[in-house]
Design a protein around this ligand. Structure first.
Ligand code: ATP
Ligand code: MG
Length: 311
């Protein structure tokens, strides 16, 4: 997984530590931050890497079939179940079961899942006794599950059972330096897939991409890289070539005064972004950048260190 930002590196370290165990992991983070990729990386780093990695998309499980899909191991016992049906839990035996979008799991099935997590046993239809299954469970969600607990759509006991080790993926806008790194890495990867030459991004463009909020996170950046690769292969990309959402991203200002956006902002992000812009404008000249920001050079250096900004 690409990423150098300190918070992201800390997350990878935690992932490597837990991958050596069988502990249940709950991966959280906004959409597109890489939850599924992290779950796969965890599996690949674990002793289970040669065994199945089975994904269950809980949001796509119809309520009536959810239990069958997850737990039932039988041949055509239910109408609607395929004749070769083998429950996903059983299919993951020896490997990893990835419960994606766990926040969407129907409440009735949550009770069954909890029972399975606590006993490690799974009922087989047509057989009186339950069977032990050896799976490592990773769950992921972009929902705030504590909110779901409050509104009654998620069981508190299941939450605690899953929340043994939480791994939270930071949003891309909070990963200083990673926009450029990911843009480069993803472009190289896509360029070789498409057999195209990468576009050449101007310094101003890179700055603008750095200051953009990336609400769709890495997925949005990957789609952007792909679009630009196809449209500008081997050519220069200037500000005016960017889609409008990138060009219009500015701190709103009115009569020379900064205006706090309706949705508020993070002072830390704003400060880091202004420092990056100043460094971009001055082509990395720290003294000039400090002057642009009304800071002393030392204060600028201190703040660059604080936000892990390199140039
Ligand atoms: N650190 C990374 N390095 C390289 N590619 C990444 C990274 N993080 C995410 N991606 C890519 O971004 C895309 C989105 O990642 P992923 O599907 O894992 O996100 P997600 O958090 O599961 O999103 P959602 O909540 O919408 O399901 C994928 O194509 C993935 O390969
Ligand atoms: Mg996902």
């Amino acid at each position: 997984m690409l990423g150098n930002a300190p918070e992201f590196q800390a997350l990878l370290r935690a992932m490597r530590i837990v991958s050596a165990t069988d502990v249940t992991v709950l991966v959280t983070g906004e959409s597109g931050t890489g939850k599924e990729l992290l779950a796969q990386a965890l599996h690949e780093n674990s002793r289970r890497r040669d065994k199945p990695f089975i994904t269950v998309n809980c949001a796509a499980l119809p309520s009536q079939l959810a239990e069958t899909e997850l737990f039932v191991h039988c041949k055509g016992a239910f109408t609607g179940a395929s004749s070769e049906s083998i429950g996903k839990v059983k299919a993951a035996n020896g490997g990893t079961l990835f419960l994606d979008e766990i926040g969407e799991l129907p409440v009735a099935v949550q009770a069954k899942l909890l029972r399975f997590l606590e006993t490690g046993e799974c009922q087989t239809v047509g057989r009186p006794s339950s069977q032990r299954v050896d799976v490592r469970v990773i769950a992921a969600t972009n929902r705030d599950l504590s909110q779901s607990i409050n509104d009654g759509s998620f069981r508190r006991d299941l939450y605690y059972r899953l929340h043994v080790v939480p791994l939270e993926l930071p949003p891309l806008r909070q990963r200083p330096g990673d926009v450029n790194l990911l843009l480069k890495g993803l472009t190289t990867e896509l360029a070789s897939t498409y057999n195209l030459r990468p576009p050449i991004y101007s310094k101003m463009v890179l700055n603008s991409l750095n200051n953009y909020q990336w609400p769709g996170n890495v997925r949005e950046l990957k789609n952007f890289s792909e679009r630009m690769l196809i449209l500008f292969s081997g050519r220069n990309v200037e500000i005016e070539n960017l889609p409008h959402e990138f060009r219009n991203h500015r701190v709103s200002s009115q009569s020379g005064q900064f205006v706090l956006p309706e949705q508020g902002l993070s002072m830390d992000e704003l400060e880091a972004s202004l420092i990056e812009q100043a460094l971009g404008k001055t082509f990395g000249n720290r003294s000039k950048a400090a002057r642009l920001l009304g800071l002393t050079r030392d204060t600028l250096l201190y703040r660059m260190k604080k936000y892990a900004i390199e140039c």
